[in-house]
Design a protein around this ligand. Structure first.
Ligand SMILES: *Cc1c(COP(=O)(O)O)cnc(C)c1O
Length: 360
């Protein structure tokens, strides 16, 4: 293995090393066929098997019920911000949204182009430092769905449990899909861009309950209907073959780790180590309120922007890369998705302790 640094990037993010090695080999020569993976026709038997296996592994790992379809789409998670309301709010239906960060705000703006949107909760006034408890908002009874972002990548907040409301849920799980078990049957749609917790950029996984496929009005473009892609097993047009392949390899790796239950335990442990380091001194200040803390993205501040800049550059020099916070809140952020190793978290914690001692 070449020398690797620890990559805390929020996405695209670190991937399991064995997956990178396998992909590097298969790009050049796929299963000894004398042809590279990214040269295969998407209609070839070989690639069809790759796509089918990737889907089967996601279904198994997430325990996706039979009446749900799993789609591999393009246009990023951001395209789901309009595809969801376009397909589900035909003729100006109503939906409830929770505004817990940049990604929900963008989704709300798009949804308003198609339906009557009720924003039942917002933590914007406190710089999105928390997500709501169930008793802090009500869902309009005419709502087709309740939309929320399960993990707020930028602000480092996460729903500890999914909203317990008597309404179909729709969730953007881009930054915490497969990090813990989820009861898929409570959702109409779950979507996630692959580049945080599943693979490289280029594919968005959409899990959709099959009765929703027929909801879209005739007036919406073919490519933007879920049904188009469901009817053709995500092969209506050329799918992002390489990204789908990589997601499949990451799913294999995840299964070897013991699946999502085992992964949740590891994720809890990793996050607890960093939060303990934050709480141990007054030098570090976590952005999220404790009940809303994310296991995936840990956003924190130091006493001054100058110290933050020094922290980020000295950490990078020590092989801890990508700790700069998002430009909208500054400070630091450690993204520690499934594939981020425990040893890297241990190294970060040691670095944080040393840095606080030297500069505090
Ligand atoms: C990164 C991210 C997005 C945007 O994903 P794209 O694939 O770049 O469109 C949306 N939602 C969440 C929660 C994210 O973390």
């Amino acid at each position: 293995m070449p020398e690797r640094i620890y990559n805390f990037s929020p996405g695209p993010a670190t991937l399991p090393y064995p997956v990178l090695e396998e992909a590097a080999r298969d790009i050049v020569n796929f299963h000894d066929k004398g042809i590279g993976l990214i040269e295969l026709s998407h209609r070839s038997r070989e690639f069809m098997a790759v796509a089918a296996e990737t889907e089967a592994l996601i279904r198994e790992l997430m325990n996706v019920p039979d009446n749900y379809r799993i789609l591999f789409l393009q246009g990023g998670a951001s395209s789901q911000f309009f595809m969801v309301p376009m397909n589900l709010l035909a003729g100006g239906g109503r939906a409830t949204y929770l505004n817990t960060g940049t990604w929900s705000k963008k989704a709300i703006r798009e949804a308003r182009l198609f339906g009557d949107i009720d924003v039942a909760f917002s933590s914007e006034a406190t710089t999105f430092n928390r997500v709501p408890a169930d008793d802090e908002y009500t869902v309009d009874p005419d709502s087709e769905y309740l939309y929320f972002v399960s993990n707020n990548t930028i602000y480092g907040t996460q729903f500890a449990t999914m909203p317990a409301k008597d309404v179909m849920l729709v969730a953007d799980m881009s930054s915490d899909i497969l990090s813990r078990p989820v009861d898929v049957s409570r959702f109409g749609i779950i979507f996630a861009g692959a580049q945080k917790n599943m693979g490289p950029a280029g594919v968005t996984v959409v899990i959709i309950r099959d009765d929703l496929l027929d909801r879209a009005p005739d007036t919406i473009p073919t490519m933007l209907r879920y049904k188009t892609h469901a009817d053709k097993d995500s092969m209506f047009n050329t799918p992002p073959c390489f990204a789908i392949y990589c997601v499949g390899r990451v799913m294999h790796w995840l299964r070897e780790q013991g699946g999502v239950e085992a992964m949740e335990k590891i994720n809890r442990k990793k996050a607890a180590m960093v939060y303990e380091a934050i709480d141990a001194t007054d030098f570090y200040r976590g952005h999220a309120e404790k009940d809303s803390r994310s296991m995936m993205n840990i956003s924190f501040n130091l006493p001054t922007p100058e110290l933050e800049a020094r922290f980020i550059s000295e950490a990078a020099a020590a092989g801890l890369d990508g700790l700069k916070g998002h430009r909208s809140i500054g400070g630091c952020r450690a993204s520690i998705y499934n594939a981020f190793p425990v040893e890297g978290v241990e190294r970060l914690v040691e670095f944080m302790e040393d840095f606080a001692r030297a500069n505090g």
